[in-house]
Every structure is written in structure tokens, then in C-alpha cells.
Design a protein around this ligand. Structure first.
Ligand SMILES: *[C@@H]1O[C@H](CO)[C@@H](O)[C@H](O)[C@H]1NC(C)=O
Ligand SMILES: *[C@@H]1O[C@H](CO)[C@@H](O)[C@H](O)[C@H]1NC(C)=O
Ligand SMILES: *[C@@H]1O[C@H](CO)[C@@H](O)[C@H](O)[C@H]1NC(C)=O
Ligand SMILES: *[C@@H]1O[C@H](CO)[C@@H](O)[C@H](O)[C@H]1NC(C)=O
Ligand SMILES: *[C@@H]1O[C@H](CO)[C@@H](O)[C@H](O)[C@H]1NC(C)=O
Ligand SMILES: *[C@@H]1O[C@H](CO)[C@@H](O)[C@H](O)[C@H]1NC(C)=O
Length: 425
């Protein structure tokens, strides 16, 4: 078949099977078909099971293909030991993530459209049950209006006078994945980073990109792809320029950012930041079958309410000497309340401290291991975790979720390998 025939047939199938509206099916195919055809054409040996293994990372189709058996050479010398003593002093680190700024957000527009992202201009005619987009955001499949982006940054600056660093872990671009463009993504990225810079000025910001910064979404091409239409160089160039020009990163990070959007640096003696572009290997992890915790990755919250969330960010309280995380605070606002009082800025508050909320003495692996065991046995604790997962948003509290349903959220903490559930049943 010609590329056009493939495209029109897939759009027909996608529309007839009610996977999405014709507009969305068309947009997704128009953006992604050239990439799929490029992969098929340049990899004559590609098999269905390799595609399944790479795309779904599922135990149902394990990835068995020599091409993905990589060897990573690491320095075989003994590790350099640093003084790991703790101290009484702390530093504060803010993590902001998942802003998902939607330039098309229309307050009082359509919050219940039949497209993957709503509350956007031009979606009026598909409104079926009169759900109107909130002024500050919406629990439905809707992203953030610009004034909500400005508000969260301003709230952090005004409230936390004592922050040493800001970690910004990306996802600036909206969920309108069927109609992104190079120009639109660049505008949203540039506008948001400029606002972050204007807000925090002399506080160091350590950024990394989210999967939504790419166009189309998730497209992080390997270095071997040189075509301007398909490679990711435009994004790496843009990020290197922004991150270095704002003075957040030294010139020495440029070459790895241009390579693949990653870098490392040491802001202080004994403290190293390793910023990985994990988009190129979306969810796989080297989990062995151990029953003890061997690594903890703290996950940022989400500044967008998409979906069923209250907008939020996190504050990490770390030891100033060994940089161990001592506690984590979740800050948020009640979006229902904010939208009821649209003319006022949202009322941000500290929702909880991890240590206090779950009554644990510290965030050591031992304490977290005990906490997980309690979570598996104690339904009240589990239900508290579940409510916090959705930031106690009205829309999610109204949904039915029994113990089995809540346990699924617990299992998501324990492993990060695709749908690997062996540690949790
Ligand atoms: C495809 O497989 C054949 C046989 O295993 C091999 O000789 C050839 O190099 C492979 N081609 C590519 C592009 O990987
Ligand atoms: C529909 O669109 C019009 C014009 O854009 C706007 O004034 C109106 O508030 C919208 N109403 C809803 C329910 O989306
Ligand atoms: C700010 O942090 C320093 C330690 O870095 C601490 O001594 C001071 O009390 C903090 N001030 C406030 C207002 O939190
Ligand atoms: C980013 O925006 C500024 C204006 O705010 C403009 O001067 C600059 O050229 C833009 N950069 C890019 C890469 O679009
Ligand atoms: C765990 O891994 C070890 C070594 O790879 C293996 O011998 C053992 O059978 C595994 N145990 C389970 C429960 O999978
Ligand atoms: C959020 O605000 C609504 C409306 O005022 C209120 O009914 C609800 O209880 C609040 N939720 C929380 C978690 O405070």
C-alpha cells in the first residue's frame, strides 16, 4: 500500500472502532505514520514480538532480541566513599513537574468533549452534558491555563523563601497530542522556562525534559536518525540554549544535552545531580527479584489537574551534609474551592508531610519497607494513601474504589518495570 492508503485505512479503522474522533485519529496518524514507516523501512528484520516487547514492556511479550541486549561499561574501580554522616542542618528543594500548559485552554469552555483533552477552544459543539471548564483548571481531561501556571510558580516563590534548588522535571506541553507542532511546543517551552526564570531569578533550577516536550509526543529518536523531520536535535538544541543561557547549567553540560538531553554536575562538594533523559527508555528498570528495597525514586506531583487531581508540587527537606531526604511535603489547593472563587488566587496549603501523615520515624529503606508492609495489611492506611495519591480531589473521592482497586495503586509503588507485578499480589 502507499503511505496515503495506509493512512486513510488506519484512520477509518480508528474512527469505526470508536478509538477516537476522526479529527484525533487523523492527527495522530498524520504525526506518527512517517515515523512508523521509517522504522519499518530501516529495520527489515523487525518482528511483531520485538515491537510488542519495546512498546508495551509487558510480561505478556518479553523482549527477546539481541539488538536490545546492551552492555554498559562502568568504571570498575572501587567507589569513592564520602562522609555520609548526617547533620542537624537542612536544605529545601522544590520539585515542580507536569505543568501541561494549554495555550488553548478556555475557561468556561467545554470540559466534557469527546477528545482526549478538553477545555480547549473550538470544542463547544461536542458538549454533551453541560460540564463547563473551571477558571483555574478542571478535574476532567483538561490541562492548565496560563494564569494557573503563573500562580503555582508565584506561590512557591512567595511561600518558600528558603529554597536552595528547584528541580523542574518537565512536561510543559499540553495533552493535545494529536495536534502538537514544532512551533507550538517551542512556544510553550520557551514561555514556561522564561516564566520560571523570571520567578526564581538567582535560585538555581535543575531542569530535565518530559515526554510531552517532544513532537510528536514521546518521539525521542536515536542519534542514527538524521532526517530533520524525524530526529530530536531541535529539542536538544533548544533545551541546551535555554538551560545554559538562563545560567542554570554550566557550558560543560552542553555536549551531553546535545547528545541526548542529559547531563551531570556537582553544585557543591559531596553532591552530584545526575539528570537522565529517561524518555529514551520509558519504564524499564533493572529490578531483580529481591524482597528488600534496593532503590527509592521519589516521584514529583503534578501542577496540572489532568486528571481528577488537585494541582500540587513537592518540597523535599534534605540533610545539608549527606543530602539524604528527611521528609517530603505535598502542597496543593482545592480546585473545587478555587473555581468557586475564580476571581481570587487559589488558596494553597501544605496537604501533608510524608513522615507525619504515615507516622514513620524517617525515610530510610527500613522504615519504608515497614510502611509498605503496613500498607498491605491496614486498609485505613491504604485508603489514606489512595486519597493522597489523587491529592484528595473531590472528583476522585467520589469514585468507587474498593480494597482491590486501592491495592493496585500500592503495587505501583513497589515496582517500576512495565506491568511487572511479581512483588505484589
Ligand atoms: C537481518 O537478519 C539477517 C539474518 O539473521 C542478517 O544477516 C542481517 O544482517 C539482518 N539485517 C539487519 C538490517 O539487521
Ligand atoms: C461556547 O462558546 C462560546 C463562544 O466561544 C462561549 O461564549 C460560551 O461560553 C461557550 N459555552 C460553553 C458551554 O462551552
Ligand atoms: C532557612 O534555612 C536555614 C538553613 O539552611 C535555617 O537555619 C533557617 O532557620 C531557615 N529559615 C526559615 C525561615 O525557614
Ligand atoms: C523565546 O522568547 C523570547 C521572548 O520572550 C524570544 O526573544 C526568543 O527568541 C525565544 N526563543 C525561541 C527559541 O523561540
Ligand atoms: C531470584 O533470583 C535468583 C537468582 O537469580 C534465583 O535463583 C531464584 O530462583 C529467584 N527467586 C524467585 C522467587 O524468583
Ligand atoms: C474542597 O472544596 C469543596 C467546596 O468548598 C469542599 O466541599 C471539599 O470538602 C473540599 N475538599 C477538601 C479535601 O478540602
Amino acid at each position: 500500500m502507499s503511505a496515503n492508503d495506509i493512512k486513510s485505512n488506519v484512520i477509518k479503522l480508528c474512527t469505526r472502532m470508536n478509538i477516537a474522533t476522526e479529527r484525533v485519529c487523523d492527527g495522530v496518524m498524520t504525526l506518527n505514520l512517517p515515523i512508523i514507516l521509517y522504522i519499518v523501512d530501516t529495520k527489515p528484520n523487525l518482528t511483531a514480538s520485538t515491537i510488542c516487547g519495546v512498546v508495551f514492556e509487558s510480561e505478556s511479550c518479553p523482549l527477546i532480541d539481541d539488538e536490545f541486549d546492551w552492555t554498559v561499561n562502568i568504571d570498575s574501580g572501587p567507589p569513592k566513599l564520602i562522609d555520609a554522616d548526617d547533620s542537624e542542618e537542612i536544605i529545601n528543594i522544590i520539585q515542580i513537574t507536569d505543568i501541561h500548559y494549554d495555550p488553548n485552554y478556555e475557561p468556561y469552555g467545554n470540559a466534557n468533549c469527546d477528545e482526549p483533552t478538553c477545555c480547549r477552544r473550538g470544542q463547544n459543539d461536542t458538549n454533551t452534558n453541560n460540564k463547563v471548564a473551571g477558571y483555574w483548571g478542571d478535574y476532567n481531561y483538561c490541562d492548565s491555563p496560563w494564569h494557573a501556571v503563573v500562580d503555582v510558580l508565584e506561590q512557591i516563590r512567595a511561600t518558600h523563601q528558603n529554597i536552595s534548588y528547584v528541580y523542574f522535571t518537565g512536561d510543559i506541553v499540553d495533552h493535545g497530542v494529536w495536534e502538537t507542532s514544532f512551533k507550538g511546543n517551542i512556544e510553550s517551552i520557551n514561555k514556561t522556562y522564561s516564566q520560571i526564570y523570571e520567578t526564581f531569578r538567582n535560585i538555581p533550577v535543575y531542569p530535565i525534559m518530559g515526554n510531552h516536550e517532544a513532537h510528536p509526543v514521546n518521539l525521542f529518536a536515536p542519534k542514527t536518525v538524521t532526517s530533520n523531520e524525524l530526529n530530536t536535535q531541535w529539542l536538544y538544541n533548544l533545551m541546551a540554549d535555554l538551560w545554559i543561557n538562563f545560567g542554570w547549567l554550566p557550558e560543560s553540560t552542553r555536549h551531553t544535552i546535545l547528545q541526548g538531553g542529559y547531563y551531570t554536575l556537582s553544585p557543591k562538594k559531596g553532591f552530584r545531580i545526575i539528570a537522565l533523559n529517561s524518555n529514551v527508555c520509558y519504564s524499564a528498570n533493572c529490578n531483580d527479584n529481591s524482597t528488600t528495597i534496593n532503590n527509592v525514586a521519589w516521584n514529583g506531583g503534578s501542577a496540572t489537574a489532568f486528571s481528577n487531581l488537585n494541582p500540587n508540587y513537592k518540597l523535599y527537606i534534605a540533610d545539608s551534609k549527606n543530602y539524604a531526604v528527611k521528609d517530603i511535603e505535598t502542597w496543593m489547593y482545592n480546585l473545587t474551592l478555587a473555581n468557586e472563587n475564580a476571581a481570587q488566587r487559589p488558596l494553597w496549603y501544605k496537604s501533608y508531610s510524608f513522615k507525619e501523615e504515615y507516622d514513620i520515624p524517617d525515610l530510610s529503606y527500613d522504615s519504608l519497607h515497614n510502611w509498605l508492609s503496613r500498607l498491605a495489611r491496614d486498609d485505613d492506611l491504604l485508603s489514606r494513601y489512595y486519597r493522597n495519591f489523587f491529592k484528595r480531589a473531590e472528583a476522585s473521592l467520589k469514585k468507587e474504589c474498593d480494597t482491590k482497586c486501592m491495592r493496585a495503586y500500592m503495587c505501583r509503588i513497589i515496582t517500576s518495570l512495565g506491568d511487572h507485578r511479581t512483588h505484589c499480589s
